[in-house]
Design a protein around this ligand. Sequence first.
Ligand code: 2DT
Length: 221
Amino acid sequence: NKESISSRGALIVLEGLDRCGKTSQSGRLYKYLDEQGHSVESWRFPDRNTGVGQMISSYLANKSQLDDHAIHLLFSANRWEKRSDSISENMQSLMEEKLKSGTTLIVDRYSYSGVAFSSSKGLDIEWCKAPEIGLLAPDLVVYLDISPEKAAERGGYGDERYEQLEFQKKVAGSYLSLRDSSWKVIDATLSIEDVEKKLREVVLDCMMTCHKGKPLSQLWP
Ligand code: 2DT
């Protein structure tokens, strides 16, 4: 019918500290929506597959050093290169085109990670936000809430830069200052199944709103 032709997908972003369960919850949510017959894709930032993404990956693995401002801009560029591109031949693979063609995107980390992590190093928060202006604004940001101490108890911090308790504490504080009324906060210390259930509820609700015609908007609202 007409409505389903014109309806768009939702841009859903999951944020939270390392070890909060973002990646496994994205996977579960993707599987659920896919099985329900929705057109859905699972994305993540940084996207390490692009040229810019490889520079980021090498930085995170401590294989290269970069000025804090420079790496911040690379993370942002990595989002810009996936936003939309009217001259690219594969424009169908980019964010705006996907959403407009009805695909819902579940995105593991986005601009909020960018601002939270860089401002935790002491960079000015407004400076950090500036390069994100004009990127697509998520329809929903879900913050999986866990204290840095609890997250650390889960163990399994890897060897990458930032995966240290003291730094994660700063990041938690930065996230707190970014939260606004459009964020849904889910207690990430609940069981995997309970988090999953709450996540499904807020996501299905958001998808319905987008389906009914909520326009796409841009950062920062
Ligand atoms: P993963 O472990 O989720 O791959 O993240 N980061 C991420 C930033 O500093 N800025 C950003 O814009 C993004 C998206 C968070 C790798 C690390 O990169 C950090 C953790």
